[in-house]
Design a protein around this ligand. Structure first.
Ligand code: SAM
Length: 276
């Protein structure tokens, strides 16, 4: 939460009616030098002036109106209010993430998980990230865990940034990227650790994850789950599918990442899977 800067108020008090000043956004998300600004519908007629004032005071090159994230490749739907260049480098926890903020999701609510990933892996482990994005979760593993990482990303545009980020963070010696649907990934029985950083339909990918896993492996399994089914779900579903594929499962840890929708949580489970 940020405090609305007095300077923003000062600039806009000359442009907006008094009663709208109260509605100015008090929170925003800064990704590199691009700002995501949530705007109430009442502010629509003044949106460009508002964006300009925030851009000047918060020293960003571009302002996007915060919208929603859609579909299989998790594309955001943001309106440009100020500036035009939406590509930026965001530095978090010493990791450089280059991305196009208008077209690729980068959730501030997932920061804890990105930071946590820096500590989980050991050198020489083989980690497979099945939903790599721009390397959100797997760059920390390669940089700090010094593990070997295979990152799979289906969307060609997102993949381009994933490759750039591997170079920007100088982990080419241990991290490689595949532009494909993870269901077409040919590796079998290779991974010590698997990242499944996806939501809504992650369970559909459990059989593939188990085929990539060694006889014993750790899986960081993300999914969205209605609160009323917790904590039985999503573990029960994972366990049932794993059993059908000859694996036992032990739950090591379960964390809530964020509220995904009313009554629905995005959670991550650390699971040890092993062949009976
Ligand atoms: N794992 C990161 C995180 O949790 O912050 C990024 C998550 S992002 C929501 C999921 C990414 O998975 C998107 O970039 C999307 O394009 C990719 N994706 C979706 N389905 C896929 C599939 N079947 N194979 C490979 N990548 C896929």
């Amino acid at each position: 939460t940020q405090v609305i800067k007095p300077r923003i108020r000062e600039i806009l008090s000359k442009e907006l009616p008094e009663e709208l000043i109260k509605l100015l956004p008090k929170r925003w998300v800064k990704i590199g030098d691009v700002l995501l600004l949530p705007l109430r519908p009442e502010l629509e007629p003044y949106k460009y002036k508002i964006a300009k004032a925030y851009a000047e005071v918060l020293e960003v090159k571009t302002v996007l109106r915060k919208g929603h994230i859609y579909g299989e490749t998790r594309k955001p739907d943001y309106e440009i209010l100020y500036g035009s260049d939406t590509i930026t480098i965001h530095v978090e926890n010493g990791i450089k993430y280059k991305l196009d903020v208008a077209r690729i999701m980068f959730s501030p609510a997932n920061v804890k998980e990105r930071v946590r990933m820096a500590k989980v892996a050991k050198p020489n482990e083989l980690v497979v990230d099945m939903f790599a994005g721009i390397g959100h979760l797997s760059l920390p593993i390669a940089v700090y865990g010094k593990a070997r990482v295979i990152a799979i990303e289906k969307d060609p545009y997102t993949f381009k940034f994933l490759v750039e980020n591997i170079h920007l963070n100088k982990v080419e010696d241990r991290m490689s990227a595949y532009n494909m649907d993870n269901r077409d990934f040919p590796g079998v029985d290779i991974a010590d650790r698997i990242l499944m950083g996806y939501v809504v339909r992650t369970h559909e990918f459990i059989p593939k994850a188990l085929s990539i896993a060694k006889d014993e492996a750790i899986i960081h399994y993300h999914n969205t789950v209605p609160e009323r089914l917790m904590p039985k779900e999503p573990f029960e579903t994972f366990k049932r599918i794993a059993k059908e594929h000859g694996y036992e499962v032990e739950k090591l840890n379960e964390l809530r990442i964020k509220r995904y929708a009313p009554g629905v949580w995005h959670v991550v489970l650390d699971l040890r899977v092993f062949k009976r």
